[in-house]
Every structure is written in structure tokens, then in C-alpha cells.
Design a protein around this ligand. Structure first.
Ligand code: TRP
Ligand code: ZN
Length: 887
């Protein structure tokens, strides 16, 4: 017999809760066999609620021991439990409920609620994990004042933490001790946190803008105390930046971060007690790559910024998730842009969005930034909520300009401090300070799908006018067939033979033009509209969608000469990079077309020349050069395709890469040699930039197939004094694929593991490099890796490295025509379904894209989805993704 199918809930059905919880007092008795949780909750009936409404609390997997109201024990007739709730039939308008439950953190493999990670206990309550700790109104609009008492064995768990300030502590019988915490700020249950363990702390302090001293404390296991400094410095920079740019000050006397090994996501912004995946907090030069250094800085900042955008002002319901996530991603990406290179950060963000978010928007799980319904909220921590949500906030920023945007955010924080609000409230603050009309703009929140801008132009040499015609449309998505036009900022400029041209837009007030007069933000609102520029002395090449000013697909018919001009002359770094990508795409498409006729088609010389010019231009930021010389990923090419031709994409892209490598070998070698350094390692933006270009050069040198390339990689592997260089060398060797590389690869992988087997995060990288190896036989290797002593099926980071690496980072092997990759993944998902539904559902993503593949693969992928769907006890997480993918 099948259980009742999980049901969708709808934004339009939102109602305030029948009760509020003024105070939440929790007592945790941590024992080896179970944890006993005693909650004392102060309820008052909502004025607007029915006087006879019963009290219905959320609860899941709880062993209920006793219930009492105002000190009087309840008997069995007074209440009733179901799978996920507790109903108390009749309650007064104001009362204190005391509830004792038992839970088993040691058996909790879902990693939500209270669970054990290695030697410690920790919690993850967002979105709906608190209900696995005790019965509660587990919804973000119920905000309460929390006190938490934790008691545990003093030897095993000397550190006992929760939100807010420690207020009391003491010894208890049998070698136990306890600590009591109090959080003065009202918060929803999803921001609750508890940690108990044997941890070391690294301390620092921060003086806020008003002169208060805040204690900063990062807790890690003893072995990791040498990897905390970068997170601490990042935290201090983030605190300062939020004061400078948003005027936001921290609001408690202590801010804590705890690193845990088993974590479903990157990190969590629990009030005053952030909990981090070790991969997003630990860093040092021996064990951490440049990429991870920057990720740590970004995630530390992201979680810190949530203290205002998320905690002080929180979400009314989970349909508003992007209220905090979109805004906070926008904030952290601006922070990273200010700390490092703005253009590089923008290119990285846009690549992610255009590759993965656009694919999500084109698939069966597409949803608006403010979804209208969902079955399982955990499935909605998506690229759309986070990255597209951030792009929508960025567009508001572009439309208003920095000063008005700041006024809007000040008003938002002031007006809604201590409240649980909606996306509409956020936009209303922006509208109120600017007097602008955001009604049409709200479609960015309510319509799913990626808009397409089709731009055409006409130059009139006699009148010296240049006319741009912009048409917009948006493909259908599951929630709606037809879309209304969007209001969007289109930032652009015009390039003449010698560079940027001054702009004079017909009918525009002078102040819509920027100071330098060569860049302008056009506001597009209609399905089709035209913009006329006057006094244009020569036929220009348009530089469109500067800074990627709106999350759209842009179609404009650039010639290859136009693209070369943009690559060398545009003043907008993003557009220069994008021109290189569009040029590369055209060249890859040429090869895809010609591969069927000739085994080794020629690659357009103009492209090779353009690449050479970029490589030789020492005035450019090396990081930008590296990005421009990186060919569009297989995933991005796939996203752009109507039907994904797995093999052709893979071989054409590799062919272009090899030709580039061979024709520009001498240039790559020069670059590689020029960027060698004897300076000590430092993860600052400039050094990272130089390493990124050096390692890109190494990649081409190896890909050229010349023996010398491989020798250089080997030397780099043996001599590297930092993880970035070491890992780049190892990846190049392991993925080289030539028979000459085979034994070298084996030797290096073995050495690398031997050297780093005690550093779990490095071992994850080692797993990932192998799982992503594009050479044949990948599936066999992955199966072997899963038997490896260091693999752990219960650890999400290991799953992501091996299963995620294979299914999402190795398209040519995962999509092997045999279908073995699909069948393998489906089996792993079934295994994970019960153990960790969130991970199971995330790993399912590649199979959901089946409609984009050829008929043969469609059948194979669909068959695996059907097999999963047939499983008896599907978690709501997997159920939602599987059923939506098959409908
Ligand atoms: N709010 C977290 C963030 O900063 C997201 C998060 C962390 C999360 N852990 C989670 C979401 C577990 C769902 C489940 O983005
Ligand atoms: Zn977040």
C-alpha cells in the first residue's frame, strides 16, 4: 500500500497563525541513547483567530513523553498526534505549554534537526528542521524569544553553544555540566541552533561603528586550528563592509561560527551562531585552492550579511525565500567584487547563472523567484531563488542608482525590523524612496523562464542616426504558457573603429547619461521598442547588456569582425569577455558541423588571432585573459542547444582547444614562463589572477599533446608550494588521456592521496578530480572510488565529490549511450532517498533534464525516473522532483 501522496501548498492560501509564541524555553539533556527535550512555550491566541481554534503544532519523528498546560498534565483524550503534527483540542487564549519529547540524534542521517556529526552534536533547522526537535509552530512568521539550556557529559562535550549570550553555567551529577543561553532578539525557529562538542576556539574582536566591542569566535576540531585565519579576516572585512555600504551594525556581543563535517549545504545563518560546512570555512595555503579561499570569503560574508537581510528582517513564509537569499547573494557578490576584481566576479556569477540557472528555468522544475506553490520547500533552495533572485535585486539597484538604493534598503530595514515580511514589502520600500512604479517590474518575481531579447539595428549615414530595435519574449514554463513583457535595464554603449563613441539618445533627459557619456542604461518595457541615437558619425558596433544588466538571453547578429573588435576595444570588461565566448561558440559550432565531413576540421584563423592578441596584451588583468581564453563549458553549450548532442559538443570543444594549444603553443609557453614566481603564496586577487592565467597556460600546454607540456605539469606537481598549483597540475595530468600520461597520472594520484589522506577536504578534491575525468571507463572508476577507505556514503561532501562530480561534472561519461551512468545514479538515489532526502533530490537534477537529449537518451533517462517513481516510500523531496520531471 502506498502512503497518501505529498500535497502542494500555495502562496495564495497564506493565513496568519492562530497562535503566537512569546517565549520559547528549551532544555536539552544529551545522552548517548537519546536526547530529552523539554520545551516550555508561552502561547497567546492571535486576535484575528477563531476563539475555539485548536492548537496544532508541527512535529516529526518525536517520541512524546508528556504534555502539561499551565502546570497541569494533559491526559490522552486532550490531544492527538499524527505523522507530522500534534493537536491539542481545547486551549485557553493565553497559556504555557510544557512538552517533553525524546529524539535520537545519533540515528538522524537526514542532517536536519538535531544530529551527530563525527564527535559533535549540531542542528540544522532551516527550513523545517525544528519540528524534528520538538513540537512547535515551525513557520517563519512565528517569532519568539529563545532561552536554551544544554546539559551533557563534560568530558566528551566541553563546549555547549546556542544562540545569543551565555547567561549561566554549572556542574551537574555524573561528570555532567550545563550552560544556559539567552537570545534577546525575536526569531523564527529556523534560526535556532545548538552545538555540543569537543572543540577549540580561535578568538578575535571587532569594534563596531558605534564603538562596541564584539567577540568573534570560530570553533573547529583541534586538527583544524591552523585553517581558521582566512575565515576570521573575511568576517572582519564583511562586518566593516556592511557598516560602510549598508550602515548595518552587528547587534550582539558575541558572534560565533562552528565548522562541521557533515552538512547538506554550504552554511547556515543561525542567529549569533553560524554553522558552516568545513569546506566553506577552513582554509590554508597547503590544503586550499584559490577558488576555495574566495568561496570561504564569500560564504562567511553571506551568512554574516543574513544577520540583517534574513534575521532582523525575516520571511513571512517560504514563498518569500528569495527575499533573504536573493538580497543576500546580491550583497555578498558586491562585497566580493569590492574585495577582489569586480569584472572577474561578474563573469563568474554570470557564467553560473547562464549555465545552471538558465537550464533550471528551461526544465521541469522551473519556478518564479517568488514561487506560487511547492510540495517540499527544501527543493526550492535553487539557483533561481538565489542567483536569479540576486540578479533581480541588482536590476533594482541599476534602475535606482546606488544612492536611492541605499535609501530604499535603509527604509526597508527600519520599517520592518523585527518583522517577518514579503518580497512586496522589500520592493515597496524601493518604490517609496524613488517614487518609481515597480508594478511591471514585479513580473521578474512572478513569472518563471528566461526572457529572450532580440536586438536589431540600423545605421543611417546621411542622418547620422543609429536605431536599436529591442524585441522581448519569454518561452513557456510549467506554471504558465504565456508571459507578459518585463521591465529591464539594458546597459549599452557604441564602439567605433577607434573605441567608445559618445552617446546622445533621442528624447532623453541629459541626466540619464553617465558621466563619461559613452555608456547608458536604456529602460526596456514593451514587447518591441526602438531607441534612436543621434550624431553617430560612423557605423558602430553595439556593446550590449554591459555588466550583464539583466538576466536575459541576448540575440544580436554579430559578425566575427564585430566580436574581435569588442574583444580588443570594449571598455566594459564583461562585454569583452562575452565577445570572446560568442566568438568561441561560433568556432565550436563550425567544428560540430564539419566533424561529420572531416576528421580534423580547421579552426577559424581569425579566432586564433584574436586569442593571441588577448594573450599578448600585458596591460590586461591576467584573470580576465584566463577567462577570455577559457572555452565555453560543455554545460553552457548544452544549455544553448535545442537538442543536446553530447558527443559532438565534447569532441568539437576539445578539438578547438587542441588546435588553439598547438597553434599558440609558443605564446602559451611564454605566458607560462613569464608568470612563474618565487614570491611566497598569497590568496590576494592579484596573485590569484596570475596563477589562474599561468594554470590556464599549463592546461593548453598539456592539451597540445606535446611531451614537454606534460613534463611541465609533472614538474609543477612535484615542486608546487601551494594547493592551487598542485591541484591544477594533478588535474591536467590525470585528465590528459594520452598513453604517455597514464602511468604518470597513476603515480601522481597515488602520491597526492598518500600525502593528504588525513585532510578530508583535500581528499574530496582528489575524489572529484577522478570522478570528473573525461577519459573512458569513468563509471568503473567511480564505483571503485565508492569502495575506497576514505569514501563515506553518509557525508554530503563525499557524495558531492564522487556522485556529483560524475553526474554533473562529467557529461561525456554520465551520458554514455549505454545508459549505464543513468542506471547507476538512479540506484544511488534510491539508496539515499530514506537516508538523506535533501541530498537524494539534489543529485537527481541531471536526470530531470531528459527532454533536452536525443530520443535514445530520453528513453533511457525517463526509464530511470520511472524506476525511482515506483519506489514504495519516496520522500516528499524526491517525489516532487520525479513527478514534476515526468509530467
Ligand atoms: N540559509 C542558508 C544559506 O545561507 C541555506 C541553508 C543552509 C539550507 N543549510 C540548509 C537550506 C539546509 C536548506 C537546508 O543560504
Ligand atoms: Zn543564504
Amino acid at each position: 500500500m502506498k502512503d497518501a501522496q505529498p500535497r502542494a501548498i500555495f502562496l495564495k492560501d497564506y493565513q496568519e497563525p492562530d497562535f503566537w509564541i512569546k517565549k520559547t524555553d528549551l532544555d536539552f539533556q544529551l545522552n548517548d541513547e537519546y536526547c530529552e527535550v523539554t520545551s516550555t512555550l508561552t502561547f497567546v491566541r492571535n486576535d484575528k483567530a477563531d476563539k475555539n481554534a485548536a492548537l496544532i503544532l508541527h512535529g516529526q519523528d518525536l517520541d512524546l513523553q508528556s504534555l502539561a498546560i499551565d502546570g497541569k498534565a494533559l491526559s490522552e483524550e486532550d490531544w492527538q498526534t499524527a505523522e507530522e503534527s500534534l493537536t491539542i483540542h481545547s486551549v485557553p487564549d493565553a497559556f504555557e505549554l510544557r512538552c517533553v519529547t525524546r529524539i535520537k540524534p545519533q540515528d538522524n542521517t537526514s542532517l536536519e534537526g538535531l544530529y551527530r556529526s563525527r564527535t559533535m552534536y549540531c542542528t540544522q533547522c532551516e527550513a523545517e528542521g525544528f519540528r524534528k526537535i520538538t513540537y512547535y509552530l515551525d513557520r517563519p512568521d512565528v517569532m519568539s524569544e529563545f532561552s536554551t539550556r544544554i546539559e551533557a557529559d563534560k568530558n566528551a562535550f566541553p563546549i555547549l553553544l546556542s544562540n545569543g549570550n551565555p547567561v549561566e553555567s554549572g556542574e551537574a551529577d555524573n561528570g555532567r555540566h550545563w550552560v544556559k543561553w539567552h537570545d534577546p532578539h525575536l526569531k523564527p525557529a529556523y534560526l535556532f541552533a545548538l552545538v555540543a562538542g569537543n572543540l577549540c576556539n580561535i578568538d578575535d574582536k571587532f569594534i563596531t561603528q558605534s564603538g562596541r566591542e564584539v567577540l568573534l569566535r570560530i570553533f573547529v576540531e583541534e586538527k583544524d586550528t591552523d585553517k581558521v585565519d582566512h575565515a576570521m579576516q573575511s568576517l572582519k572585512r564583511a562586518m566593516k563592509w556592511d557598516e560602510d555600504v549598508y550602515g548595518r551594525e552587528y547587534d550582539l556581543d558575541i558572534f560565533m561560527i562552528v565548522a562541521v563535517d557533515d552538512f547538506n549545504m554550504g552554511a547556515m545563518e543561525n542567529k549569533g551562531l553560524n554553522i558552516f560546512n568545513t569546506s566553506c570555512v577552513l582554509a590554508n595555503k597547503d590544503t586550499t585552492t584559490d577558488f576555495s579561499f574566495q568561496r570561504v570569503e564569500a560564504v562567511v560574508a553571506h551568512e554574516y550579511f543574513h544577520n540583517w537581510s534574513g534575521n532582523r528582517v525575516t520571511c513571512r513564509d517560504w514563498f518569500q525565500l528569495s527575499l533573504k537569499e536573493g538580497f543576500t547573494v546580491f550583497r555578498d557578490s558586491e562585497f566580493s567584487a569590492d574585495m577582489n576584481s569586480r569584472t572577474v566576479k561578474r563573469v563568474e556569477d554570470v557564467s553560473l547563472l547562464r549555465t545552471l540557472q538558465f537550464a533550471e528555468d528551461a526544465g521541469p522544475m522551473a519556478h518564479p523567484v517568488q514561487p506560487a506553490s511547492f510540495i517540499e520547500i527544501s527543493n526550492f533552495y535553487t539557483l533561481t531563488i538565489y542567483e536569479k533572485g540576486a540578479e533581480v535585486v541588482r536590476m533594482i539597484h541599476s534602475l535606482l542608482g546606488p544612492e536611492l538604493f541605499r535609501k530604499g534598503s535603509d527604509l526597508y530595514f527600519e520599517r520592518h525590523d523585527g518583522q517577518a515580511v514579503t518580497i512586496e514589502d522589500f520592493v515597496a520600500a524601493m518604490a517609496d524612496v524613488s517614487g518609481r512604479d515597480f508594478n511591471q517590474f514585479m513580473r521578474w518575481y512572478r513569472q518563471a523562464g528566461t526572457p529572450v531579447l532580440t536586438i536589431s539595428d540600423r545605421y543611417d549615414a546621411n542622418a547620422q542616426t543609429y536605431t536599436l530595435t529591442v524585441k522581448q519574449s519569454c518561452p513557456p514554463t510549467p506554471e504558465s504558457e504565456s508571459k507578459l513583457p518585463y521591465h529591464l535595464p539594458l546597459k549599452m554603449g557604441l564602439l567605433g573603429d577607434a573605441g567608445a563613441l559618445p552617446l546622445k539618445l533621442r528624447g532623453a533627459a541629459a541626466d540619464t547619461e553617465t558621466a563619461d557619456n559613452t555608456s547608458i542604461v536604456l529602460e526596456v518595457k514593451d514587447a518591441e521598442e526602438s531607441f534612436v541615437f543621434e550624431n553617430v558619425q560612423e557605423k558602430p558596433v553595439p556593446s550590449l547588456l554591459r555588466d550583464f544588466s539583466a538576466p536575459v538571453k541576448l540575440k544580436y547578429n554579430y559578425s566575427r569582425m564585430d566580436l574581435a573588435r569588442l574583444m580588443s576595444l570594449d571598455t566594459d570588461g564583461f562585454c569583452r569577455w562575452d565577445a570572446s565566448q560568442q566568438f568561441a561558440l561560433q568556432v565550436i559550432y563550425d567544428v560540430m558541423r564539419d566533424l561529420t565531413k572531416a576528421p580534423s576540421p580547421e579552426v577559424d584563423e581569425a579566432f586564433i588571432e584574436a586569442c593571441k592578441a588577448v594573450l599578448e596584451d600585458e596591460s590586461l588583468d591576467p584573470a580576465i585573459v584566463a577567462l577570455m581564453l577559457t572555452l565555453p563549458s560543455e554545460d553552457y553549450i548544452a544549455e544553448l542547444a535545442t537538442v543536446i548532442d553530447v558527443e559532438s559538443i565534447h569532441f568539437a570543444r576539445n578539438h578547438v582547444k587542441r588546435k588553439l594549444a598547438q597553434k599558440l603553443y609558443a605564446t602559451f609557453l611564454q605566458v607560462y614562463e613569464r608568470l612563474q614566481t618565487h614570491e611566497a603564496y598569497s590568496p590576494d586577487a592579484e596573485s590569484i589572477a596570475r596563477r589562474s592565467l599561468k594554470n590556464l597556460a599549463l592546461h593548453y600546454l598539456v592539451q597540445s599533446g606535446k611531451e614537454e607540456g606534460l613534463k611541465l605539469a609533472e614538474a609543477q606537481f612535484d615542486n608546487a608550494d601551494n594547493m592551487t598549483d598542485s591541484q591544477a597540475a594533478l588535474t591536467n595530468i590525470a585528465h590528459a588521456g594520452s598513453s604517455a600520461a597514464e602511468s604518470l597520472a597513476e603515480r601522481c594520484l597515488k602520491d597526492f592521496y598518500g600525502r593528504w589522506k588525513n585532510e578530508s577536504l583535500v581528499v574530496n578534491q582528489w575524489f572529484s578530480i577522478q570522478a570528473r575525468n573525461p577519459q573512458r571507463d569513468a563509471l568503473k572508476r567511480v564505483e571503485t572510488l565508492m569502495q575506497h577507505e576514505a569514501f563515506d556514503f553518509n557525508n554530503p561532501n563525499k557524495l558531492r565529490s564522487v556522485l556529483g562530480g560524475f553526474a554533473m561534472g562529467n557529461p561525456i561519461n554520465f551520458h554514455d549511450r549505454s545508459g549505464n551512468g543513468y542506471a547507476f545514479l538512479a540506484q544511488q538515489i534510491l539508496k539515499l532517498n530514506k537516508q538523506n532526502p535533501q541530498m537524494a533530490s539534489r543529485l537527481l537534477t541531471p536526470l530531470t533534464k531528459w527532454k533536452k537529449y536525443d530520443e535514445h537518451r530520453q528513453k533511457l533517462m525517463k526509464a530511470q525516473l520511472e524506476i525511482i517513481k515506483k519506489e514504495e516510500k519516496l520522500s516528499p523531496d524526491v517525489y516532487e522532483v520525479v513527478t514534476k520531471s515526468l509530467s
